[in-house]
Design a protein around this ligand. Structure first.
Ligand SMILES: Cc1cc2nc3c(=O)[nH]c(=O)nc-3n(C[C@H](O)[C@H](O)[C@H](O)COP(=O)(O)OP(=O)(O)OC[C@H]3O[C@@H](n4cnc5c(N)ncnc54)[C@H](O)[C@@H]3O)c2cc1C
Length: 414
C-alpha cells in the first residue's frame, strides 16, 4: 500500500504514525520544524484524566463580563483579531448550554479513559517511561468562595466516575510540603499523570517511528490540491509530493492547510505562554498544580519549574504579548519558591474548535483525507489514544464508537 502522508509532527502526528506503522502502513511525516516543536513542546505536561469539561461550559456566561473587558488572566483576547474571531466566538457561546456541555464531557470522558494507557504503551516502546509520574494533577484553591463555585465540576467527576480526593489546607501540606500556605482547598484527580518534559516525550515517539522506517520531510505544506484518486502536497522546500492518503495533524495551523482544498473548519488558536525558572534548593512539587484563582499551571520539569498561562485568543502567528505571563509569574511566586528564569518566554497555540471537541476522522466527500487536530487543552493527553483509534478507523474503514462524537462531519459537509 502507498504511504500515508501526515502533515504535522506534533504529538498527534507522531502518535498516529506509531500506530499506523504497528498496523503495517508506511508513513511520511511532513513538517517544517523538528518533531515536537510547537504546542507539543511547551505544554504543561499533564496527562489529564479529569479535563472533560469543555471550555464553553455554561459557567462561561458568569465569567463573560471579566473576559469581555480583558480583565481575566484565564482568558484574554487580541482586540485586533476580534473581527476574525467573532464567528468562532458566536458558535462557542451558542454551544454553552448544559446539554451540550454534558454531551461533550461524556464524549471526552470516553476518549480520555484510554489516554494514560496509550501513553504508557508508546513510552514502553520509545523507552521514555522514566519521564512519567503517576502522581495525579492537583487543583488548588485560595478561597472558600472559589472552591464552592466549582462544586459542579466535582459533581461531574463523581457522575463520570473519575477518581479524585478532596483536601483541606492540612491535607494539601501533606501532599505538597513546598507549596505555600495560601491554599485552603485542593482537588487531586488521582488517575492523572504528568511528564517532566513533554517535548522530549514527543521527540522520543518521533525517534521510535523514524527508527521503524517513517519518512520525515522537513518542509511546510503551503498548498494542497486534489488529484485523480489522491492529493498533491505543495511544499516550500521539498517540491510537490503526491499522496493517496493525507492526514492533517498540523495543530492550530490545520484550518489553513485544509482551506487550500476549500474545506473550511472553524479552528481558533487558544494561545498560551510559559516560562521556566530555576529550582530553589531541593524545593519541588510532586505533581502539576493548577492555581485556580491565579489562572496558571505550575509543573516541575526536568531542569526547573514551568509556569504556564491560560488562554489568549489571537491570530496564531500574531506577535507575543507579555501580560498574562507576567501576572502568572507574580501569582506563582506567592505559591511556590523558585529562582530566576532559565529560558526565555515561550508561546504556543492550543488548536480549538468552538464545541471544545477535537476533530478526528475522515473528511466527508474527500476520500483519503483525514483529520487529527483540535484537541485544545488535552492534546498532549489524548495524542496517543487518538493515534491508536484513528489508525484503527483508517485500517478497518469502521469508526470506533468512541470517535463518533469527534467526526469532522459536524462542521464539514460532503
Ligand atoms: C501553555 C499550554 C499548556 C498546555 N498544557 C497541556 C497539558 O498540560 N496537557 C495537555 O494534554 N495539553 C496541554 N496543552 C495543549 C497541547 O499542547 C496541544 O493540544 C497539543 O500539543 C496539540 O498537538 P498537535 O500535534 O495537534 O499540535 P502541535 O504540537 O502544535 O504540532 C503541530 C505541528 O504542525 C506543524 N505544521 C504547522 N503548519 C504546517 C504546515 N503548513 N505544513 C506542515 N507542518 C505544519 C507544526 O510545525 C507543528 O510541528 C497545552 C497547550 C499550551 C499552549
Amino acid at each position: 500500500m502507498p504511504p500515508v502522508h501526515i502533515v504535522g509532527a506534533g504529538i498527534l502526528g507522531v502518535s498516529l504514525a506509531a500506530h499506523l506503522i504497528r498496523r503495517g502502513r508506511e508513513v511520511v511525516l511532513v513538517d517544517p520544524a523538528p518533531p515536537g516543536s510547537e504546542a507539543s513542546f511547551g505544554n504543561a505536561g499533564v496527562i489529564s484524566r479529569g479535563s472533560v469539561m469543555p471550555p464553553n461550559a455554561p459557567e462561561v456566561w458568569r465569567s463573560l463580563p471579566a473576559y469581555a473587558f480583558n480583565r481575566s488572566a484565564a482568558v484574554r483576547y487580541d482586540i485586533k483579531s476580534l473581527p476574525r474571531l467573532a464567528p468562532w466566538l458566536l458558535r462557542f457561546l451558542a454551544g454553552a448550554t448544559p446539554g451540550r456541555a454534558a454531551a461533550t464531557a461524556a464524549a471526552l470522558n470516553d476518549l480520555l479513559a484510554g489516554a494514560l494507557g496509550a501513553h504508557e504503551e508508546l513510552m514502553a516502546l520509545a523507552r521514555c517511561g522514566h519521564r512519567l509520574r503517576r502522581t495525579g494533577y492537583l487543583q488548588a484553591f485560595r478561597t472558600d468562595a472559589a472552591f464552592r463555585r466549582t462544586a459542579g465540576e466535582r459533581a461531574l467527576l463523581d457522575r463520570l466516575g473519575i477518581a479524585h480526593t478532596v483536601h483541606d489546607a492540612a491535607g494539601l501540606r501533606a501532599l505538597e510540603p513546598h507549596l505555600s500556605a495560601i491554599f485552603r482547598h485542593g482537588v487531586l484527580v488521582t488517575g492523572s499523570a504528568s511528564v517532566d518534559d513533554p517535548g522530549a516525550v514527543t521527540r522520543a515517539y518521533a525517534d521510535l517511528v523514524c527508527d521503524a522506517g517513517a519518512g520525515l520531510v522537513t518542509a511546510r505544506v503551503q498548498g494542497l490540491s486534489a488529484r485523480g484518486g489522491g492529493y498533491t502536497l505543495h511544499t516550500d522546500r521539498a517540491g510537490d509530493i503526491d499522496a493517496e492518503e493525507v492526514v492533517v495533524a498540523a495543530g492550530a495551523w490545520s484550518g489553513a492547510v485544509l482551506a487550500h482544498l476549500g474545506v473550511r473548519v472553524p479552528l481558533a488558536a487558544e494561545r498560551g505562554y510559559h516560562r521556566r525558572y530555576g529550582f530553589v534548593g531541593n524545593q519541588r512539587l510532586a505533581r502539576p498544580v493548577h492555581d485556580v484563582e491565579g489562572c496558571y499551571v505550575m509543573t516541575c520539569m526536568e531542569g526547573g519549574v514551568q509556569v504556564s498561562t491560560g488562554i489568549e485568543l489571537a491570530a496564531v502567528d500574531a506577535p507575543s504579548t507579555g501580560r498574562q505571563l507576567k501576572a502568572a509569574e507574580a501569582a506563582a511566586r506567592t505559591a511556590f519558591a523558585f529562582d530566576r528564569p532559565i529560558a526565555p518566554p515561550w508561546r504556543g497555540a492550543r488548536p480549538g474548535l468552538p464545541d471544545g471537541r477535537p476533530m478526528i476522522g475522515a473528511v466527508p466527500g474527500r476520500p483519503g483525507l483525514w483529520c487529527a487536530f483540535g484537541h485544545g487543552h488535552v492534546g498532549f493527553t489524548a495524542g496517543p489514544v487518538t493515534g491508536r483509534l484513528l489508525a484503527e478507523a483508517m485500517a478497518t474503514g469502521q469508526t470506533p464508537p468512541v470517535l463518533t462524537p469527534f467526526a469532522p462531519g459536524r462542521y464539514v459537509r460532503g
